[in-house]
Design a protein around this ligand. Structure first.
Ligand SMILES: Nc1ncnc2c1ncn2[C@@H]1O[C@H](COP(=O)(O)OP(=O)(O)OP(=O)(O)O)[C@@H](O)[C@H]1O
Ligand SMILES: [Mg+2]
Length: 386
């Protein structure tokens, strides 16, 4: 079983860093997802791991082996990339069977493997067709199949489901998870810009922004303990409300003033405040799920008068953009009766669920989910970065 380690990895293109000081340990057999907005360096990180791109600085390990200078073919990896290439003049069967290691297998074993993978990916009926006669989604499944058939130590996937329709994507997501559970020894690195995909698939999720790794955690911990405003907003839908507020300590009590009300932050928040946090302005993060029509129950903030602007049905719930004083927030409203535009609603938030961030650094003021420590650039990098 092979884990993966990025050790102080940088990648510069034309003097600008697209991956900065990447330090990441992936456990053997783990399914890790790299997620982040377009251009944040996900594909570049994966290409370095695959050996298709050489780091400008730092080392990459697969298992105990330093593979930084090992050619792609000798890394025991399989990959499916954003732009997958199938052999155009071979049919699907031969595309699946084409690979240095696979070709050495006896015909009967190979047939059985191909059938198994084809069944899994629902491409059995396509085995005799050439890629030209396949839809985009079918081609993508063949590309996945070709990588799967080799049963590698490390399986790299770069947005492998991006060409599938919504239903098939959800189904394939589940198939890939099931497959991962079955092939316990394979370490998976999966790249997506879709946070829902990241949260549903990853044992752990690594969030990248502008080439910097911000946080690596389980889906639950990322959601509950975002280390920065960026992660708070990126993970979860609809996205977290970020509001100006004031934190006050007086005696034993700790309160936060936001949206025109002052709420006692419960022990759950106060007990986790980082050392050295003092009274003063903060950024308050409230998830739309934690902002709802007031019921007066304990643990709720005082009522906040708000007006419905736009409401959006998501099926099970309604999320509405509401105006309250100078702020606009998204809140969770009951589905029935559907709130009308202009309707007034008294909102409250769950005081124990607020997130607090530093106004300047935008980093969490609550202990948990420490961002990866950023060291200063090594000398050879500093000279190259413009
Ligand atoms: N060969 C290259 N030469 C110069 N710049 C490059 C090269 N490859 C990538 N980049 C730049 O590096 C940055 C990171 O690119 P990368 O493809 O890793 O992003 P990504 O996170 O995979 O984005 P997406 O979600 O759009 O696929 C981008 O700004 C991109 O323009
Ligand atoms: Mg990419």
């Amino acid at each position: 079983m092979s884990g993966i380690r990025f050790e102080g990895v940088w990648k510069l293109f034309e003097g600008s860093a697209v991956v900065s000081d990447l330090n990441l340990d992936v456990r053997a057999g783990e399914f890790i997802v790299l997620v982040g907005p377009s251009g944040c360096g996900k594909t570049t990180s994966l290409r370095m791991l695959a050996g298709l791109e050489r780091p400008s600085h730092g080392r990459i390990f697969i298992g105990d082996r330093d593979v930084t200078d090992v050619p792609t073919g000798e890394r025991d990896i399989s990959m499916v990339f954003q732009s997958y290439a199938l052999y155009p003049n071979m049919n699907v069967y031969r595309n699946l069977a084409f690979g240095p290691r696979v070709r050495k297998e006896p015909r009967a074993t190979l047939d059985a493997r191909i059938n198994e993978v084809a069944e899994l990916l629902q491409i059995k009926h396509l085995l005799k067709r050439t890629p030209a006669a396949l839809s985009g989604g079918q081609r993508q499944r063949v590309a996945l199949g070709r990588a799967l058939i080799r049963e590698p130590q490390v399986f790299l996937m770069d947005e492998p489901l991006s060409n599938l329709d919504a239903a098939l994507r959800v189904q394939m997501r589940a198939e890939l998870i099931r497959l991962h559970q079955r092939l316990e020894k394979t370490t998976n690195v999966y790249v997506t810009h879709d946070q829902v995909e990241a949260l549903t698939m990853g044992d752990r999720v690594a969030v990248l922004k502008d080439g910097v790794l911000l946080q690596v955690d389980s889906a639950n911990d990322l959601y509950e303990h975002p280390s920065s405003v960026f992660v708070g907003e990126f993970i979860g839908s609809p996205k977290m409300n970020i509001l100006e507020g004031t934190l006050s300590f007086s005696g034993d009590s700790c309160t936060v003033e936001v949206l025109g009300v002052r709420a006692d932050v419960s022990e759950r928040v106060a007990g986790r405040l980082r050392e050295g946090v003092v009274s003063g302005p903060v950024l308050v993060g409230i998830r739309p799920h934690d902002l709802f029509p007031a019921t007066g129950s304990t643990g709720e903030s005082p009522a906040i008068s708000a007006t419905v602007d736009i409401s959006e049905h998501t099926g099970a719930e309604v999320f509405a953009t509401m105006e309250t004083g100078p702020s606009r927030v998204v809140a969770r409203l009951p589905r029935v009766p559907t709130p009308d535009r202009g309707e007034r609603v008294d909102l409250a938030f769950r005081a124990g669920a607020v997130h607090l961030f530093d106004r300047d650094t935008q980093l969490s003021l609550l202990d948990r989910g420490t961002p990866s420590r950023r060291t200063s650039a090594p000398a050879d990098i500093s000279q190259q970065v413009r």
